[in-house]
Design a protein around this ligand. Structure first.
Ligand SMILES: Cc1cc2nc3c(=O)[nH]c(=O)nc-3n(C[C@H](O)[C@H](O)[C@H](O)COP(=O)(O)O)c2cc1C
Length: 167
């Protein structure tokens, strides 16, 4: 009897550990970049369409804002999947000056239902876009990695909703 209890105790703690490992394996990465001359007029919607499919297959969520050539993307998912996608994105000739600003294990997704690319042509309030450009400039100038904050992600979500091309 005691053995059984011991076993169920061990089982419970193993399950707790597994749950913890699962939660802590959620990785959030953010980068900034600038569109290059190779970035054509249809590229943003093409990237949005293809990414929605591919990211969903890899269980990656996130969002991408592009305005006046400035790009900021946040990707969330399993660490290896996010890092291998980011390696591919970094080598894409359609943007330059790719700078990873954040990359860390996180307990929960902030973008669990998001697979959204903001449309370059749609509008968002000017004050929000000023905040976006200030954030982009700060992140481009910074050194090393810092966590992108929940508030920063919330601002990006609001902008994406105003300017979104739902996928
Ligand atoms: C700014 C930017 C963001 C991108 N984001 C994604 C993305 O989230 N998911 C994705 O699959 N591809 C994304 N891509 C496209 C990839 O760079 C790459 O072209 C695509 O994954 C196809 O790669 P493959 O056909 O060599 O496998 C992005 C490209 C750019 C320029």
């Amino acid at each position: 009897m005691q053995d059984q209890e011991g076993m169920s105790g061990r089982l419970k703690s193993a399950m707790r550990e597994a749950g913890r490992a699962d939660l802590s394996s959620m990785f959030r990465l953010a980068y900034v970049s600038e569109a290059s001359d190779c970035f054509g007029p249809d590229d943003l919607s093409e990237i949005g369409r293809k990414s929605a499919e591919r990211n969903a297959e890899a269980d990656i969520t996130g969002l991408l804002i592009m305005d006046e050539g400035k790009i900021l993307q946040v990707l969330e998912g399993e660490k290896n999947s996010v890092e291998s996608l980011f390696a591919k994105i970094s080598g894409d000739p359609r943007h330059t000056g790719v700078r990873q600003v954040s990359g860390s294990e996180q307990g929960t997704r902030l973008l669990s239902c998001w697979s959204l690319v903001s449309g370059a042509g749609s509008t968002a309030p000017e004050s929000l876009m000023q905040e976006f450009h200030a954030m982009h400039a700060r992140m481009s100038a910074g050194e090393g990695l810092t966590d992108i904050t929940k508030e920063e992600v919330e601002l990006l979500k609001v902008i994406a909703l105003f300017r979104s091309v739902p996928l």
